[in-house]
Design a protein around this ligand. Sequence first.
Ligand code: FPP
Length: 232
Amino acid sequence: MQKPVHVGIIMDGNGRWAKQRGLIRTKGHLEGLAAAKRIVKAASEIGIRYLTLYAFSTENWKRTAEEVGFIMGLIKQYLRAEFDFSKKNKIRVRHAGNIAGLPLDIQKEITDTIRDTADFDGMQVVLAINYGGRDEITRAVRKFTADGKDAGELREEDICAYMDNPDIPDPDLIIRSAGEYRTSNFLLWQGAYSEIYISKKLWPDWDKEDLQVAIDDYMGRDRRFGSVANQE
Ligand code: FPP
């Protein structure tokens, strides 16, 4: 099989990584950010067209104010500091999630980065921040009805068209680090037929080799989309 066009990643295990080393959780997120940078570079080198990173979920607000504030700070730092890298590698940055629910400074950082990278034609990195699959579907249906359309006429294609990034193809492969077997509200709609790859390795330990192993595993699979196997 061809390499995946769109890869989504649930970057899990930052807290456990820190705990194993007797460090505070925020140190795990700091290393998680470094891993995210490595993987963006690696994915771009491998030739992935779209990479969606689950950076902050709609449920992550339940964490302490200190941890939430730290992650928001990292996101801001990432958006600012990575611009030169994006420019050099023609990486276009996009956002998925409920932007209105984010602090104003983060909203501005996101919209500025989206604008400043809009013409770059390399890999597209979608940052899922304040993202929840259920929330995205709910917002899509609301936007549909707000456009004066009749909910009784709603079709699957309409939901697709009102998602946050309707032009981006569904993820072919969803990777989850740190060994948990759940989707955690990530790309619920778009992930209906995604291949799932779960690795025990904690996110801060990820590097290009891990991404390559996941992609090679994916390429050895048989995708049937509800049909039957190729019977030759
Ligand atoms: C999951 O680990 C990780 C998060 C909720 C935050 C991820 C954020 C980053 C890596 C930084 C921002 C990244 C970008 C690309 C802007 P966890 O805390 O749930 O780990 P645990 O399950 O071991 O406690």
